[in-house]
Every structure is written in C-alpha cells, then in structure tokens.
Write a protein that binds this ligand. Structure first.
Ligand SMILES: Cc1cc2nc3c(=O)[nH]c(=O)nc-3n(C[C@H](O)[C@H](O)[C@H](O)COP(=O)(O)OP(=O)(O)OC[C@H]3O[C@@H](n4cnc5c(N)ncnc54)[C@H](O)[C@@H]3O)c2cc1C
Length: 140
C-alpha cells in the first residue's frame, strides 16, 4: 500500500470505486474519482430523482455474507441502516422467478418441457466439453 501513496485516480463512482476512494482517503492518499454520469454517483446502486420521487435502480438492499464488509458499512452509517422485508423477482417471458434464483422454483416456473430442454442441453454441453477436454489432452 505504501508504494501507492500519492494521488490515485479511480474510474467509476459505483460502490467499488467509492469504497476504494474512502479506504484510500482514510489511509492518507489523495484521490480523484472520475465518473462518466453527469448527474449521479452510485453506479448500478444509484438513486435517481424523478418527478419529486427517488428511485433505486433495481431493488437494491444491502446484504453481505462477509462480516468485515457489514462492519465497514455499519461504521460509516451507524444510524442509517433500516431493516426491510424484501421480495425480489425476475420477470422473464411473462413469468416471475425468485431472485436470488432457486433451482426448484426456476424449473417449476419454466414448466416441464422447457426445464427438461434446459437440463438436457446442460447435459449435452457437459458431455461435449468433456469430449473436447479429452481430445485436447490426448493431442497435447
Ligand atoms: C437490478 C440489480 C439489483 C441489484 N441488487 C443488489 C442488492 O440488492 N444488493 C447488492 O449488494 N447488490 C445488488 N446488485 C449488484 C450491485 O449493483 C453491483 O454489485 C454493484 O453496483 C457493482 O458496483 P461497481 O462499482 O463494481 O460497478 P457499477 O455499479 O457498475 O459502477 C460503475 C461506475 O463506473 C462508471 N463508469 C463506467 N465506465 C466509466 C468510464 N469509462 N469513465 C468514468 N466512469 C465510468 C459508471 O457510470 C458507474 O457509475 C444489483 C444489481 C442489479 C443490476
């Protein structure tokens, strides 16, 4: 890290860029964040203003399996976390799928024919890839 001391330019003010910028600033670096969006920061997780209302792009909620990341945010937003129940779904070909995707739900909603086609395609692809791997290993 010390070798980076000085001015750092970060491209993109999404969560990754802003998090990196915050970390670097705390460690004494001078940081410039370049963002191509003329109005917003936050990347895919930005909140946009429209006719007096604020809209999140996508159903963004904070969640992380990493305790370190959760603590990182709790340190910065000690009083601003609120808990909400969330139900997210993907609308695809006129049907709703659970998000995060669950195999049983996806197969059920897709229907017997499409699910079977997917599973067969996956099986065939696996066989073809295995054959290619065997051929590749044999010829090398
Ligand atoms: C519909 C949807 C729902 C989601 N829901 C959740 C959720 O509930 N919880 C969760 O944790 N994650 C969620 N995610 C994932 C989360 O949005 C991403 O993991 C996160 O935004 C990635 O951050 P990032 O900074 O890597 O990239 P991005 O968010 O894509 O940010 C990249 C930024 O870089 C800028 N940029 C790109 N190119 C240039 C350039 N050449 N010059 C300058 N600026 C540039 C872009 O304008 C953008 O602001 C969701 C994603 C989607 C699409």
């Amino acid at each position: 890290m010390n070798s980076l001391k000085g001015k750092v330019i970060i491209i993109g003010a999404g969560p990754a860029g802003l998090t990196a910028a915050a970390e670097l600033c705390e460690r004494g670096h001078r940081v410039i964040v370049l963002e191509k969006d003329p109005h917003y920061v936050g990347g895919l997780a930005r909140t946009v203003h429209y006719k007096g209302f604020r809209f999140d792009i996508g159903g963004h909620r904070f969640f992380s399996k990493s305790a370190e990341i959760t603590q990182w945010w709790q340190r910065r937003l000690p009083n601003d976390f609120i808990s909400v129940n969330r139900m997210s779904r993907i609308f695809y070909r006129g049907k709703f799928f659970d998000y995060p995707l669950k195999a049983t739900n996806a197969l059920f909603v897709l229907g017997v024919l499409t699910s079977s086609a997917c599973l067969l395609t996956r099986r065939y692809l696996t066989i073809i890839l295995e054959l290619y791997a065997i051929l590749f290993i044999s010829f090398n």
